[in-house]
Every structure is written in C-alpha cells, then in structure tokens.
Design a protein around this ligand. Structure first.
Ligand SMILES: [Zn+2]
Length: 322
C-alpha cells in the first residue's frame, strides 16, 4: 500500500468547482516543522484539475500566522531586504499605472503582513491601507503608525467602488474561498481600478523538479493554481473584470539547489532559504550582465508561463460595458 493510499483524512470539496471527486498526487512530509501536522495530502480535482490541500485545519493555520511573523517577516525588515522590496514595489506601481487611464490614488493591500508595501505607498504619496489576519503582523505595522487593520476583507466595512488598486501578494493560495474573495475585491474596485495578484505557480519549473519537496506544499496553502487556471478563471467567471496581464517570473535556483542537496527529506524552506535567495537577488541586482541574463530568463518564463510566481492584473470594466 502506498503512502497515498494509506493516508486518511476528511476531504474538503474543490475550492473552485465544489466537486468531491479528486485524485491524490502527493503526501507531503512536514516533520521538519514541529508547528505543522506531520504530513498533508495534495489532491487534484477530477472535474476542473485544480490542485488543493485535501483537508484544512484552521487551528494550525492560526498558529502559522504567528510563525510567519516570527520567522519570515523579520527577515524582510532588514535594511538590505527592505531596499530590494522598495525597488520591486516601485517596478510594480510603474507597471500598474500603464494599465489604467486614471491615476492610481487609493490602494488596499489585502494580507499586507507587517505593512511594508503600505508603508512604501504612503511614503510615495498614495492613500493606502492594509488588512491582515495575523495579530503579530498587525502589531508590527501599527507600531509604525500604519493604517493596517486586523480583519478579513469580508468582515471589514469598506465602501464599494472605492479603490483604484487592490493588491494580493501571495494571499489567494491561503484562503478557503478564492472565488468569493475575488468577487468581493472586484466589488471594491473603482471603474478601471486594478486587481494585482501574485501566487505560486503549480505549473512551474521549480515544482516539476522538486515534486513533493516543492516548499510551497504545506498546510498553510490550500489551493495551488497554475497560471492558465487563474487566467481562465478571471476571463470566464468575472464579467466585471478584464484580464489585462498574465505572466510568470523567477526561478528560485538557490532554493532548488538547497533542497536537492539537503540530506533531510524536506528542509525548512523558510529563513535560511530566504537568506540564500536574498543573497542571490543582491548579486543579480549589483551586476549588469546578471541583470541582463535575468531579463532573458524572465522572457522565457513569460512565454512559457513556467516561472515560480504567477502575476495577474485585472481591470474593472466600465458599467456600460458590463
Ligand atoms: Zn474542481
């Protein structure tokens, strides 16, 4: 009997189509982290082909928000990492401005973590607020007087059509009901407002190489989208949204080598892998030839949609068109 056959838990229905029919594809060992369940099962919906976690335990998830705050957010607040983040944010905002005829003024960052993007936007003259479910992360943000609220987007009283830009950096893979989340966010966008969404790409080089060792597989992440699935989702399910951009970016070479060379079954993907990735990013940004090489790699990833991260931009349609 294989590990897949012997694994028993309470299967959830597919987060996209609600089908209860699925095929198990991986059992993922999590023994390297004592704060997680020993293992989780990843399944593929036989109806719509989306890949998702077979069961969700929210008691673990609430603890994990604290884990993120303690182990990951702190690595992002070092001055060098913050400087890299600022360059990335600037690129994102410049890129987004090209997709809308009106200037971006009001911004909502959903799942904003410790508020680094909110802080950047406010410093650059935008009207920006964030919402976040981790109390530790919210405390860090509020200690810096940032307008960050401990809430979900469903519980907070926000005015419809009030945001020119809503950002979701690596958030949609965490939520129980991704379809409802996008619907709610679409209702909050102003006319020609933009939804900017990033998430790990299941159809990526990294996942093909690492298989069940792909560090994205764990009990915090419920849905594992491919770029194609997200693109089709926006195009087919949301008449108020127009897909204006879909791409993938990055191959995390440092993490792939670190995981493949590790003797343990599945090393921690968090702090040390993040540091290796940050070092590699610094090296690339400091060398013009490496930057050019990265541009070429990014172009290939863009054409094949096999990069590690999917980037989606959708624009709110004019009511007359809908
Ligand atoms: Zn499905």
């Amino acid at each position: 009997m294989s590990a897949l056959d012997s694994f028993h838990d309470d299967l959830i229905s597919c987060p996209l189509c609600s089908s209860h029919q699925s095929t198990p594809i991986y059992v993922v060992d999590q023994h390297h982290r004592s704060d997680l369940r020993p293992s989780v099962k990843i399944v593929k919906c036989t109806s719509c082909s989306v890949v998702y976690l077979s069961s969700v335990d929210h008691s673990f998830q609430s603890d994990l928000y604290e884990y993120y705050s303690d182990h990951i957010l702190c690595t992002h607040t070092s001055s060098k990492a913050a400087s890299l983040n600022c360059k990335s944010y600037l690129r994102v905002l410049r890129k987004l401005q090209k997709y809308t005829s009106s200037s971006i003024s009001s911004i909502l960052d959903v799942g904003c973590g410790d508020g680094s993007f909110v802080e950047f936007c406010i410093k650059h003259g935008f009207n920006c607020q964030g919402i976040e479910l981790s109390s530790s992360a919210v405390s860090l943000a509020q200690a810096r007087n940032l307008p960050v609220t401990l809430s979900s987007v469903f519980d907070l009283n926000l005015n419809s059509h009030s945001f020119d830009l809503i950002t979701l950096f690596e958030v949609i893979e965490h939520v129980d009901e991704p379809l409802k989340l996008i619907e709610r966010l679409a209702s909050l966008l102003s006319e020609s407002g933009l939804l900017y969404l990033t998430t790990p790409n299941f159809f990526s080089v990294e996942r093909f190489i690492l298989q069940s060792k792909w560090p994205v597989f764990h009990s915090e992440h419920i849905t594992y989208f491919t770029s194609y699935q997200l693109r089709r989702l926006i195009q087919q399910r949301y008449p108020t949204l127009e897909l204006v951009h879909c791409s993938t970016r990055n191959v995390d070479i440092a993490s792939i080598f670190k995981i493949l060379s590790s003797r343990s079954k599945k090393p921690s993907p968090t702090a040390s892998a993040n540091q290796a990735t940050q070092s590699l990013r610094r090296l690339i940004y400091s060398n013009p030839f490496l930057r050019l090489a990265k541009l070429i790699v990014d172009l290939i990833l863009h054409l094949l949609l096999i990069g590690s991260t999917t980037v989606i931009i959708a624009r709110k349609r004019s009511p007359s068109i809908v």
